[in-house]
Design a protein around this ligand. Structure first.
Ligand SMILES: [Zn+2]
Length: 422
């Protein structure tokens, strides 16, 4: 009989070999026609011009953010287009209505007939909101999801081609847009299947220059989507399966992405083999991020409610807020969801015997990629606790959390994350 350690090595090697076989190095471009048309692989961005032609877009508007326009590869994209193109790059931070209105003015000035959304979650969301308002009257928030006297999305919505540059929100495969009020910072969700981009050009090449901090924070957002979707109330085995595979991809690739990003930031250059390994890891996270967004059609949970409140009250980056809150929120959830935690633990360690090993894995991942362990390290103090709890309680995510969350529970979870005894 084999000793335990040999058995473990064999199982882990076998598992890694299976994962490698399923996720080959991105040497060619693959097509996934789910949940929309996705062209995935290094160089997918070079198909932009033909994609616009296929969609019948003749006057595209590029929607992006202030940072993306400064990246070295960015100028190649409009230069490769034969159609007259205009650009709106007035997106930054958490997207607000005034950015959508400015983008809509650019859309009208150009007489645009389609959108190219390039960037992370913020430009994707602004692009969807511009597309929504292109042919619909009134104010954007008239179309808020679930608003009792809301207006219907009953007019054509122009096509969007999405080119993601981060692996976090997965907004490129989502059917909703989240925009904040300029004054109150309250987030509103507009949802309609017509907001789903017509084509996603998912090109891991574009993620190779992401700094380590952004890679870690956006990666934790993707992981939180996957975990919360898997745990969310309701029966949805399709989303559950996608979520579990996505967690496996995060466990395989996130730390590698951050390690390569740190080396590049330190001025090191990578060997051709290391460059390829970096590209594969970025591709793994790009897939995981899209899988998170697909899976959370099932729902999210208490981590996101806490994170949304941190963004509203303290302007904390969304992914970072999730990354810091995740452990405390999952310590709360494991009490009633032991079986589901064991299932997730076995994705990251096939020999796991307890769901608590999944909590240990989250903590070691978080520490390894440099995400703080407490809110105190983000300079969030207990002075804002009442406000955080008030906003989190009103958030729409926690009603689908598997364990009901009371006001006292929110206090306890935040106190846990602050590192103070309740
Ligand atoms: Zn999120």
């Amino acid at each position: 009989m084999l000793p335990d350690s040999s058995l473990r090595d064999m199982v882990v090697c076998y598992d890694n070999a299976l994962i490698a076989a399923r996720n080959p190095v991105t040497a060619e471009i693959y097509t996934y026609n789910f949940p929309t048309r996705i062209r995935f692989g290094a160089g997918a961005r070079t198909e932009l011009s033909q994609t616009l032609t296929q969609l019948g877009i003749h006057r595209p508007l590029i929607v992006t953010d202030r940072d993306v326009v400064t990246l070295p590869w960015f100028s190649e994209l409009p230069a490769a287009l034969t159609s007259p193109v205009a650009m709106f790059s007035g997106v930054w931070g958490n997207p607000v209505v005034s950015q959508v209105e400015a983008g809509l003015a650019a859309w009208r000035d150009h007489g645009a007939d389609g959108i190219i959304a390039i960037g992370g979650g913020a430009p994707m969301d602004v692009a969807k909101a511009i597309a929504l308002m292109a042919n619909h009257p009134g104010h954007l928030f008239d179309y808020e999801d679930g608003k009792p006297d809301g207006r219907p999305v009953d007019q054509p919505v122009p096509s969007i081609v999405a080119i993601p540059t981060t692996a976090g929100t997965g907004s490129e495969v989502g059917r909703s847009t989240v925009i904040s009020d300029d004054q109150t910072h309250a987030k509103k969700i507009m949802f309609d299947p017509k907001l789903l981009p017509a084509v996603v050009l998912a090109d891991p090449d574009l993620l190779l220059g992401l700094p380590a901090g952004i890679t870690a924070a956006t990666g934790m957002d993707a992981l939180t989507h996957l975990i919360e979707a898997y745990l969310a109330k309701g029966c949805h085995p399709i989303c559950d399966g996608i979520a579990l595979e996505g967690i496996g991809l995060v466990s395989q690739h996130l730390t590698t992405c951050v390690q390569f990003a740190r080396r590049l930031q330190g001025g090191e250059s990578l060997s051709p083999e290391e460059h390829q390994a970096h590209l594969t890891a970025r591709g793994g996270m790009l897939n995981a991020s899209m899988m998170g967004a697909i899976a959370f059609q099932k729902g999210l949970g208490v981590t996101h409610s806490c994170a949304h409140a941190l963004s509203t009250v303290c302007n904390t980056h969304h992914g970072l807020a999730n990354g810091v809150m995740l452990s405390a929120a999952m310590r709360f959830n494991i009490v009633t969801e032991g079986d589901r935690f064991l299932r997730m633990a076995r994705v990251v360690n096939p020999l796991a015997t307890s769901g608590y090993q999944f909590l240990e894995w989250i903590d070691s991942l978080r520490m390894g990629i440099g995400i703080p362990g407490t809110l105190t390290e983000l300079e969030v103090s207990s002075n804002v606790l009442d406000k955080l709890v008030m906003v989190a309680e009103q958030d729409g995510c926690h009603p689908l959390n598997p364990r009901p969350v009371t006001r006292d529970d929110f206090y306890a979870i935040y106190q846990d994350a602050l590192g103070v005894a309740p």
